[in-house]
Design a protein around this ligand. Structure first.
Ligand code: SF4
Length: 473
């Protein structure tokens, strides 16, 4: 996923500390990436970047933020999908070229990185990281056009896949979005300052108001002349990732003019219509399953209750990239409330099931706490295909619903019954037509071409980078 944020303050107001505002913006976007965080600032003459592994609040403290002085800034919270979880892949990445310095924060995943890396290597460009983001930064930094918007627009035409990016040079901030609009990017205003963010919740936290979403294929460059919008590449479709609606984005964010808490509530109502069951209590898998569980309880008339307590200071188990961590992480993250469960028939509502390892443990914990029946209800259809656009579920073998019937999945999870929301039901809940979304992991139909070398996507450049480093020694 990743969270991106950017701000341009034309006046350099003394009471507007852009690094601090970026910190708070990233803080609101922490759910989108918890592996590393970084901020780059410019005072109009020099780009300075600071980044490290860990949560936003672990990476930055008062002295570090105070050292980041400037009028414009970008920030990034990372969740890896291309390149390993390592410092060299933390963002923003910085590329220095004779004409300009570029710092870049990217949410998404390119699908033609291999060809572009080969081209850059052929031009003797040394890449420090194994991520696709540095490729974009290198192309823009080295672009022959002195006009930043031309350099970005041309690069946008050459990169493929999913990208919602924020960019900083010595004297400008820019944001741009892929022609399918797979990842979100919104523009806001804070008095005379302009703000870019992955989600509206990052604007809310700093008191900025929403201007509008950047359109698929659109670019905005903000400098001393104000913002300049350009439809840099033809929009191919408007394929926002439907998992932004289901799970990724915060419920207090708005997308395509809709509050996500309300949309998720409708998904739960629809699920209750499609998959009713006799039970004593409806509980959510907190927090992401809560709005749908409220909707399920409302539509079914079964009381809503809390049976699982979440430790909110442990990161999402799904978001941690390593399976070992994921397995160990469940007990750290959830505990049961036996008084709510003992002797009861329980409906558990979750937003999605990816690998199933967390769900299996939760079902077991609910039975151990005294539930007599555990009916699992999922407010999205089964995930059957990998995502190549920036979500870490690229290995088809890891997906519990891939190649299995619902009954086989139920058996693996140990639940009394299992039902998923239908694709039509999901679509109806969004109040949008299906052509406005990427739904590839639910249908297997991808909005862009997926090259063969994407099949083992995430770590495919690690060996290459190791070989290059050895050759350079
Ligand atoms: S494949 Fe699934 S997770 Fe990936 S962008 Fe499309 S809808 Fe979102």
């Amino acid at each position: 996923m990743c969270g991106v944020f950017g701000i341009y303050d034309p006046l350099g107001a003394p009471d507007r500390d852009v690094a601090r505002l970026t910190f708070f913006g990233l803080y609101a976007l922490q759910h989108r990436g918890q592996e590393s965080a970084g901020i780059a600032v410019s005072d109009g003459g020099r780009v300075v970047a600071m980044k490290d592994m860990g949560l936003v609040s672990q990476v930055f403290d008062e002295p570090k933020l105070s050292a980041l002085q400037g009028r414009m800034a970008i920030g990034h919270a990372r969740y890896s999908t291309t390149g390993s979880t390592a410092w060299r892949n933390a963002q923003p990445v910085v590329q220095h070229a004779p004409g300009r310095t570029v710092a870049l924060g990217h949410n998404g995943n390119l699908t033609n990185t291999t060809a572009l890396r080969d081209e850059l290597r052929g031009n003797r460009v040394r890449l420090q990281s194994t991520s696709d983001t540095e490729v974009i930064a290198a192309l823009i930094a080295r672009h022959p056009s002195p006009r930043l918007e031309d350099a970005i627009a041309d690069t946008m035409g050459r990169i493929e896949g999913a990208f919602a990016a924020v960019l900083l040079t010595e004297d400008a901030v820019a944001g741009f979005r892929d022609p399918d609009g797979i990842r979100p990017l919104v523009v806001g205003r804070l008095d005379d300052a302009f703000v870019l963010a992955s989600e509206t919740c990052a604007l809310d936290i700093i008191g900025a108001r929403v201007e509008r979403e950047l359109n698929p294929g659109e670019l905005v460059v903000i400098d001393a002349d104000g913002p300049r919008y350009r439809q840099a590449v033809e929009p191919r479709s408007a394929s926002l990732c439907i998992f932004e609606y289901i799970y990724f984005a915060r419920p207090d964010s708005e997308m395509q003019g809709q509050g996500l808490h309300e949309v998720r509530g409708r998904m739960g109502e629809q699920l209750a219509e499609e998959a009713p069951v006799e039970a004593d209590v409806v509980i959510p898998v907190p927090d992401s399953g809560t709005p749908a569980a409220i909707g399920y309880a409302r539509a079914s008339g079964i009381p809503f209750g809390e049976g699982l307590v979440k430790n909110r200071y442990v990161g999402r188990t799904f978001i941690q990239p390593d399976q070992g961590l994921r397995e160990r992480g469940v007990k750290l993250k959830f505990n049961v409330l036996p008084s709510m469960l003992r002797g009861k028939r329980v409906v558990v509502v979750d937003d999605s099931i990816v690998r199933g390892s967390t769900t299996r443990k939760l079902v077991q914990m609910l039975f151990e706490a005294g539930a007599t029946e555990v009916h699992l209800r999922v407010s999205s259809p089964p995930i059957i295909s990998p995502c190549f656009y920036g979500i870490d579920m690229a290995d088809q073998n890891e997906l519990i619903a891939s190649g299995r019937t619902i009954e086989q999945v139920r058996e693996r999870l140990g639940a009394t019954s299992l039902a998923y929301l239908s694709l039509d039901g999901l679509q109806a809940s969004t109040s949008q037509s299906s052509d406005r979304f990427c739904r590839a992991c639910l249908t297997g139909e991808y909005p862009t071409e997926i090259p063969g070398d994407m099949r083992n996507a995430k770590l495919r450049f690690e060996e290459l980078a190791a070989a290059e480093a050895a050759a350079a020694r």
